[in-house]
Design a protein around this ligand. Structure first.
Ligand code: MG
Length: 106
């Protein structure tokens, strides 16, 4: 039985390829020299998420978080960064960190 497209779960690496190819079809042929622009656009999606949350628009909040992911994997694609691998490495580092990272928050 064929799975419906919207219910298929993809690996981050697969999304990275799909999004990078899609971006080119829409005229966004990013290169490393566009990194600052890409970072600013990534940041703007975070701001849009904050704005949606402020407006209590949870559907929009979810969509903006998806935009954050899309911008992030697109940027990682430009730099040939294996985000899935980097997340696993960083998570393992985080696991070893002390409770509240050893700080006292007041
Ligand atoms: Mg957006």
């Amino acid at each position: 039985m064929e799975e419906k497209e919207e219910k298929r779960y993809r690996r981050i690496e697969e999304w990275q390829k799909i999004i990078s190819e899609w971006a080119v079809t829409k005229g966004f042929s990013w290169t490393k020299k566009d990194t600052n622009t890409m970072l600013l656009r990534l940041h703007s999606e975070v701001s849009e998420a904050a704005e949606a949350l402020r407006d209590k628009n949870i559907d929009q909040f979810a969509e903006e978080l998806a935009d954050v992911f899309i911008r992030l994997v697109n940027l990682c694609g430009v730099w040939n960064i294996d985000l899935e691998k980097e997340v696993a490495i960083k998570h393992n580092k985080n696991i070893g960190r002390p409770f509240l990272h050893g700080r006292v928050y007041k």
